[in-house]
Ligand binder design. Structure first.
Ligand code: ATP
Ligand code: MG
Length: 448
């Protein structure tokens, strides 16, 4: 057992809750993610407390505080103390984590150690107290120091008990750089076929968290079978060769590298995870043995649409991701007209996301053979200067509206079509986005 007091900023409501419970004779500690974060020196995003007090005692000790009783059956009382939402959970032995596992009920225990022993990884199985410091019965602190992810207890047993832990584990690897030690990694690989039993919402949330981690490339490269168990369509990518001078890796190696090379924005990273998923299905070798994947972007986009719908990604986010995949290898020629076209088609933010996708895709290719970054940098600069002029990218941004066009004699569907043409023309710089110039342009169009 290690006891050390780190320099933690304890929020006052947390101290107050611990003090109140202890004065009533109940042990109380901070547990779980907040302890791990405090040990890492990162401010915790939420504080979970564990106590020997049964839920009804917890409720009685904080009269007047707003209560959330949703988790009460599992021993968790949600309380808002001094404006801060806290969860206070009675020491318990059973978990109620994944929907795969529905224990009949939880068993409360008076023992903090027992409570910690049901937790997934040693780094998540520590407790922290404002006066007593760490309680670390499974050596989570040294694992954290050595950047090691280790299951509490027997890894195979723990992953079988709740396979969601496998994805949580890869998320901690990707986000915190905690490398799964040998037995834990072997258990991830052996138990991942059970991931089919985890709800799609949970799978989505874990993958989403994992993708935005700094060490995501390593997590993806080392555990292709886990990813393929979560999303079966990924399976053919691992080991699929790309016999072209553009590439250094197989499709999965390239994908992992591209995801890791992108800025940590979820839509961009999801797009890179799936941008080449259609390659195995579009593989055609030529006589020289060189590989071609014509049409893979469209297939990848269609597959992504299906996968992301299944994974319950919100529709607006899904549309962004699918569009990025669809156009990830479309050439965007320099030149104002092309640029204006793409900016209108994608919108500003999405245009820059597409550039980020293209950069990361190229970063994961053989850049000695083909370095697209200078060209992408020029494109970005050109887009920035074009946007600085404030061109209209949608009809709503024009200095005229439908009523104005009605006023000069346009009717019905002509109006929408003319507004679109004006948007295109003004964004290209054919004429300024000013009322008179636009009306004049419409008159010219009509004469033609
Ligand atoms: P995050 O920073 O994502 O919140 P976390 O570790 O706090 O990470 P939570 O889902 O908030 O994750 O869970 C709180 C704690 O509960 C964990 O630190 C861990 O001790 C325990 N826990 C959560 N999920 C599981 C699980 N599936 N199996 C075992 N223990 C779990
Ligand atoms: Mg947490």
């Amino acid at each position: 057992m290690t006891r050390r007091r780190p320099a933690v900023r304890w929020p006052e409501p947390v101290r107050q809750a611990i003090r109140t419970l202890e004065r009533a004779g109940y042990e109380c500690w901070a547990v779980g993610g907040c302890v791990r974060d405090a040990a890492l020196g990162t401010p915790p995003h939420d504080w979970d407390l564990a106590t020997a007090a049964p839920p009804e005692r917890v409720l009685a000790l904080f009269p007047g505080c707003p209560v959330n009783r949703k988790g009460e059956r599992h021993g968790t009382v949600g309380l808002t103390i001094g404006g801060m939402a806290l969860e206070i959970t009675t020491f318990r032995v059973e978990g109620d984590y994944s929907d795969f596992r529905h224990p009949d009920g939880v068993r409360f225990t008076g023992s903090l150690r027992e409570d910690l022993s049901r937790r997934d990884f040693t780094v998540n199985a520590m407790a922290l107290h404002p006066v007593l410091g760490f309680y670390d019965p499974f050596n989570g602190l040294s694992d954290l120091r050595e950047r090691r992810l280790r299951a509490v207890g027997e890894p195979m047993e723990r992953m079988r008990e709740d396979p969601l832990r496998i994805l949580r584990g890869l998320r901690f690897y990707a986000r915190l750089g905690l490398v799964p030690e040998k037995a834990t990694a072997a258990a991830f690989r052996a138990c991942c076929p059970m991931l089919g039993r985890i709800s799609r919402e949970r799978v989505y949330a874990e993958l989403d968290g994992m993708l935005c981690g700094e060490e995501v490339r390593a997590a993806l490269s080392l555990f292709p079978e886990v990813l393929a168990a979560a999303v079966p369509e990924l399976a053919p990518m691992a080991g699929f060769p790309q016999n072209t001078p553009y590439h250094l890796y197989d499709v999965w190696g390239h994908t992992a590298c591209a995801v890791g090379a992108a800025p940590p924005a979820a839509a961009v990273r999801w797009a890179l995870l799936l941008h080449d998923i259609g390659k195995p299905g579009r593989f055609v070798p030529d006589e020289d043995g060189r590989a071609h994947f014509k049409g893979h972007a469209a297939l990848s986009a269609a597959m992504a649409e299906e996968i992301l719908t299944r994974l319950t990604m919100p529709k607006a986010e899904r549309k962004k991701v699918v569009q990025l995949i669809r156009w990830h290898d479309a050439p965007i020629p320099a030149g104002r007209a092309h640029l204006a076209f793409w900016l209108r088609t994608l919108g500003k933010e999405q245009f820059f996301r597409l550039l980020a996708v293209k950069r990361a895709d190229n970063a994961a290719q053989n850049r000695e053979y083909s370095d697209r970054w200078p060209e992408l940098d020029r494109l970005e600069q050109a887009a920035v200067s074009l946007l600085a002029e404030g061109p209209p990218l949608t009809p709503a941004e024009l200095a005229v509206n439908g009523r104005d066009l009605l006023g000069i004699g346009l009717k019905g569907p002509e109006i929408g079509a003319a507004l679109r043409r004006l948007t295109a023309g003004a964004s290209r710089g054919d004429y300024p986005n000013q009322r008179e110039a636009l009306l004049e342009a419409v008159r010219r169009m009509k004469r033609l």
